[in-house]
Design a protein. Structure first.
Ligand code: VG1
Ligand code: CO
Length: 568
């Protein structure tokens, strides 16, 4: 039964700091709960969309990672979308969709865009973080030009429109019809995983992976797999795909019940926060392990006994073996890309395969144009993100499937053997990242200013540093900027890079995803062709380089931090 509903205009005032960062607006839940805070930002999104596209009768996809405040935010978005005369919302059941699933549904339904409710790997709960992100019609995060427009609108907002009496039933699958002042408004609640599973079945050969896991010919014994959803959104996806479809045992899905506070932990798939998976793998009973972040776009890949595959290596290995993945076999492989701080392992694969290669700033939004222009098939970031042009977001579950597909094609090979064989052929790129979370804004700013001065000093290039018996001579120093080859848009100040004569490199940037204070990221990498040295520990190899970085940046002096919060 259609119900008559009215649009109401509510006066409001701007909130400071509603500037979308690397991937949407991320703030504390407390901030989003302030009267009008969420409404203001949603209004700015809808008004920004309306300024370039026709919002009237359009279709938008809405869903999030199930964190605290998601259901409330979905209702706010529904009420405001109705007031903006949007035609239809496609919403995940209980408001739940992984980020890759939203990207896929936007594309599949030729929707105008989507609103994703997540703060990704940031903790959740009443005292933690929430986030809102807009994705455009290609399924990818809105580009800088668009998010700047959103930010401008948040600064001048005086009122917003809503339909206060509209309420969506988030449980019931199917269509809900409303009439808002004579206009039809529809909501369709859809199953959170079905469409995504169908997509994965088109990309991969599930039968081959099933045989690998079961130990059927050409394999000699079962291949034990384990997945850690870290109480994030991927739980139901993991159970459906890996357990139901691919035959992994039910106990191979760890932390697979999504919780609004992720069980009080960081849903961040790295060696620190996915410690449960790390210890399970170290017991030596499993051949393959993968963890995913809160919204399902990140992944960590581990081999037997906890062998860690760095995201930079993971990308390079998938690229080098991309001919084993049906999707790439069918569509061919166009170019490869990585974000600037990501180690250059993929660069060598691109060169060897004669593929176009791109280095873009941090953030998945920079890959979208290249994919739309058919110049990019596979890309990744050091921050545990890998993905392809099947959607326009990074994709955790896709990455685990890509690994299993590659392993399925080579009977009795281990993850470690696959990676070491890769190093033997291409050399090894050692990589590490030091995060100094929640530093004082002013201190972080001063440190970056000091580094900028260094870039401009005439005697910087050629300067030598000695540490751990090694000499590091600066060959180049700059602040990374990127001109999009498709639309020529310019992204400046994307990170300070200091390159050394021996090919090693350090990078400094301030994170754009934190909710409070400034997180300083220090990245270090070097290249090692020597087979013996390739076996060494990355932290040992990179320590002298990090020491030089700390000396150059005076990080300790500026921030008072003696050690990083997290090392990856
Ligand atoms: C971080 C990562 C970046 C990633 C971004 C979003 O950004 O470094 O590589 O794209 O998070 O990932 P920053 O600005 O904090 O360094 V997710 O999984 O949070 O959507
Ligand atoms: Co994420």
């Amino acid at each position: 039964m259609a119900e008559a509903l009215k649009i109401v205009t509510v006066p409001t005032k701007p909130f400071e700091g509603q500037k979308p960062g690397t991937s949407g607006l991320r703030k504390t839940v407390k901030e989003f709960q302030k009267p009008n805070y969420t409404e203001n930002f949603v209004h700015a999104i809808l008004a920004a969309v309306a300024s370039v596209d026709k919002l009237e009768k359009s279709v938008l996809v809405v869903g999030g990672d199930g964190r605290f405040f998601c259901p409330e935010a979905v209702q706010i978005i529904a009420r405001m979308s109705a007031a903006h005369k949007v035609g239809k919302l496609l919403i995940g059941q209980r408001g739940i969709f992984s980020t890759p699933a939203v990207s896929h549904l936007i594309r599949k339904n030729t929707a105008l865009g989507g609103i994703i409710l997540t703060a990704s790997h940031n903790p959740g709960g009443p005292d933690a973080d929430f986030g809102i992100k807009y994705n455009i019609s290609n399924g990818g995060p809105a580009p800088d030009g668009f998010t700047n427009k959103i930010f401008e609108l948040t600064k001048s907002i005086t009122e917003y429109r809503t339909v206060p009496n509209l309420k969506i039933d988030l449980e019931k699958l199917g269509l809900q019809k409303f009439v808002v002042e004579g206009n039809a408004f529809e909501v369709e609640i859809i199953d959170s995983v079905t469409d995504y599973v169908l997509l994965m079945k088109q990309i991969f050969d599930f039968d081959a992976i099933k045989k690998l896991i079961a130990g059927q010919a050409p394999h000699k014994k079962p291949f034990n797999v384990v997945f850690d959803a870290l109480h994030g959104v991927t739980g139901p996806y993991v159970k459906k795909i890996f357990c139901e479809e691919l035959g992994a045992s039910n106990d191979s899905a760890l932390n697979a019940t999504p919780l609004p506070d992720f069980g009080g932990e960081h849903p961040d798939p790295n060696l620190t926060y996915a410690h449960k998976l790390v210890s399970v793998m170290k017991e030596g009973k499993h051949d393959f392990g993968a963890a995913f972040d809160g919204d399902g776009d990140r992944n960590m890949i581990l081999g037997k006994n906890g062998f860690f595959v760095t995201p930079s290596d993971s990308l390079a290995v998938i690229a080098a073996q991309s001919n084993l993945i049906p999707y790439f076999k069918q569509n061919g492989v166009k170019g490869f890309a990585r974000s600037m701080p990501t180690a250059g392992a993929i660069d060598r694969v691109a060169k060897e395969m004669g593929k176009e290669f791109f280095e873009v700033p941090t953030g998945w939004k920079y890959f979208g144009n290249l994919m739309d222009a058919n110049r990019l098939s596979l890309c990744g970031e050091e921050s545990f993100g890998t993905g392809s042009d099947h959607i326009r977001e990074k994709d955790g579950v896709w990455t685990a499937l890509a690994w299993l597909q590659i392993l399925a094609a080579q009977p009795d090979i281990s993850v470690e053997q696959l990676v070491t064989k890769h190093w033997e052929k291409y050399g090894r790129n050692f990589f590490t990242r030091y995060d100094y979370e929640n530093c004082e804004d002013a201190a972080a700013k001063k440190m970056m200013e000091q580094l900028t001065n260094l870039l401009n000093a005439p005697d910087t290039v050629g300067k030598e540093f000695l540490d751990g018996g090694r000499t590091f001579k600066i060959s180049k120093a700059d602040n990374f900027s990127y001109k999009d080859p498709v639309d020529n848009s310019l992204a400046e100040n994307q990170g300070i890079r200091i390159l050394f004569v021996d090919g090693s490199r350090i990078v400094f940037r301030i994170s754009g995803t934190g909710s409070t204070g400034s997180t300083i990221r220090l990245y270090g990498d070097c290249y090692e062709p020597d087979l013996v040295k390739q076996k060494m520990d990355a932290q040992v190899i990179l320590k002298p380089l990090i020491n030089v970085a700390l000396q150059l940046s005076k990080l300790q002096e500026f921030t008072g931090r003696k050690a990083p919060t997290v090392i990856t």
